[in-house]
Design a protein. Structure first.
Length: 283
């Protein structure tokens, strides 16, 4: 039984996390369409209305106050305008993300640009924006400089800048850090209770990167709980069991071993949240 008085967090694959405290509701990214690999590689992609409907219904998400977009690649931003159009709230992101919204005819009043150190108040939830770096191997850097109308090539979804989100509540704090990279000392002394840690492509990086990433993100924030995100194969629909990213994109076994070793050394619990599972990460 989930206590309504607590902040609740529901994981929906990739870096999509729904956070609510029983009054206010925030969604990070909201990528639910998850088109298959061949279509992403060789075709054009667009939001899938049925998959969006099914996932929102299964997760019990019926309204939003804010949707925070970590960056403008399709696996973060593509579905965001449609979700806001359905559920309300405001879509926050980079200028590139707003051009994704404009391409989907989202009303200008339902979008707002955010940048580094901006602070949003969403009921009792306070969100601080940290601008960061995309994980190594960014295939589509750059900006989206005009409305992006789907269906479009995946390569049209340029990253536009990357964000992490520090969410505080009277009961505690959490950091959602979707992209597996770091800016040295950015999070120094930023204590958090729970950390949603992006691990996509970490397994393919050298040991020195692993050590630096842990030091500048985990050691800096000192969480009690780590919840890995962006580890799953987002070319599979959410009605299928989550599987790791394919081997040509990442080395998941290596990432998992690294997390297990660092968890044992640090005493910080690591938990892989199940899709559509709701937890109270600050309890």
């Amino acid at each position: 039984m989930v206590d309504d008085a607590q902040v609740r967090a529901t994981f929906l694959g990739t870096s999509t996390v729904f956070v609510d405290d029983g009054v206010s509701a925030i969604l990070v990214d909201g990528f639910l369409s998850r088109p298959p690999l061949l279509r992403v590689a060789f075709g054009r992609i667009a939001p899938n209305p049925k998959r969006i409907t099914d996932a929102l219904s299964r997760a019990g998400i019926s309204r939003l106050d804010a949707l925070l977009v970590a960056h403008s690649h399709y696996d973060h931003a593509m579905d965001a305008p449609e979700i806001v159009r359905r559920l309300g709230g405001v879509m926050y992101g980079s200028p590139s993300t707003l051009n994704v919204g404009r391409g989907w005819d989202l009303d200008e009043g339902a979008m707002a640009v955010v940048g580094n150190a901006d602070v949003l108040t969403v009921g009792a939830l306070t969100v601080r924006i940290f601008e960061g770096a995309h994980s190594p191997g960014n295939r589509y850097p750059g900006t989206i400089d005009e409305p992006l109308v789907p269906p479009a090539r995946a390569s049209a979804y340029r990253d536009g800048g990357c964000y992490s989100f520090h969410i505080s509540h009277p009961t505690g704090t959490l950091l959602i850090h979707p992209s597996a990279n770091f800016i040295p000392h950015q999070f120094d002394a930023l204590d958090v209770d729970a950390l949603y840690l992006g691990v996509g492509a970490v397994g393919a990086q050298p040991t020195q990167f692993h050590d630096d990433y842990w030091r500048h993100v985990v050691d800096a924030t000192r969480p009690s709980l780590i919840l890995p995100v962006h580890w799953d194969n987002f070319f599979r629909s959410l009605d299928q069991t989550l599987r790791p990213l394919p081997g040509f994109m990442d080395k998941f076994d290596r990432s998992k071993a690294w997390l297990a070793r660092k968890s044992a050394e640090s005493g910080i619990a690591v938990r892989f949240q199940e899709p559509f599972e709701t937890i109270t990460p600050l309890a």
